[in-house]
Design a protein around this ligand. Sequence first.
Ligand code: GLU
Length: 426
Amino acid sequence: MKNHDLPSYLSKDNLGPWEIFLEQIDRVIPYLGNLAYWAESLKRPKRILIVDVPIHLDDGSVAHFEGYRVHHNTSRGPGKGGVRFHQDVNLSEVMALSAWMTIKNAAVGLPYGGAKGGIRVDPRTLSSGELERLTRRYTTEIGLLIGPDKDIPAPDVNTNPQVMAWMMDTYSMNMGRTSTGVVTGKPVALGGSLGRSDATGRGVFVTASEAMQRRGLRLEGARVAVQGFGNVGSTAARIFSDHGAKVVAIQDITGTIYAENGIDPRAALKATEHGGKLGATPGVSEIGSADFWSVPCDVLIPAALERQITSENAGKIQAKIVVEGANGPTTPAADDILADQGTLVVPDVLANAGGVTVSYFEWVQDFSSYYWTEDEINARLDRLMREAFTALWEVSERHGVTLRTAAYIVACTRVLEARALRGLYP
Ligand code: GLU
């Protein structure tokens, strides 16, 4: 890596997820033609805001949390991307997540740049009141950057429609008017979109079925393994199961479960409610967490956090197709191992783009104050995802590259074309 690629504000010894993104950009540069001239601009975020988020805890003491909002690129439109509440959130991670939003939005053709935010906090340790105060103070602190035509946050790991409702209300109170379009993933009663909660999992299912068709796999009886059982993993598992596939393994922070004849995702979800464990699901056996990767299956869905599939475990994966519900779950070294063993990877920037796609529909509905039916949303989502898959598949065939590189070719071309046309100011 060239030294000038590295920002001084990240530790050189541990670049974290940002390093994965830099390598992904290096891999696409040879395919960008004259636009490679502008590629350096992707290797640094446009702006980074780090905020202190102090709140009163229920016991009367004051606690300080570290919050972030990063705009990676706004060449094609306002910033767009989620807000993550997690104890491991850090600058490198938020930078990488914001950059993946730039690529994702451009790859599927949404008129947005890329942004992401987060708070370094384990939300399980907070009461509902503390969580609300944290969300409201964070929203006020990043108020400099967000707005319906500037940067539109949305849910991500450990954030949900209620958190979006607090963000929308806080921004609206600060502005002195109700602004529904400032966040997406809101409750439907506040201008949220029907179909938004299932959208990411549904998109995972749609792109997985496109990939399965091209590999000659049938949905009926297909064996699926899912890592992460939050919004994305549990929804994808449910939709696969409803289409006749067998969810043979599920892993989350509470354990790893296996059932050769298939796990009922609804029963697994019920088992994990109110702090319960996956292992309490009826009719399953528990296996070791490392054994999850070698489970015999056709489709593997990492839907948890980044850097889960590494050079350590990629060789054990038996699935014919990996569909990335999470952002950044596969390291570049693991990507090479998977490609060499013939495993087809549907990359995050395509596979999990269903969420931001319905976020886009929500934003459009908020602007026009005219709301679509759930069938309309799902049909539009389905069509957009299938068309995006087909377009990227053709690029991957034409250049003889992985679907990830194809997605980066298409996305970086779109972003850098906009960059070149806008020119350098002043
Ligand atoms: N957090 C989701 C993602 O990583 C959705 C972002 C959005 O809807 O803006 O794509």
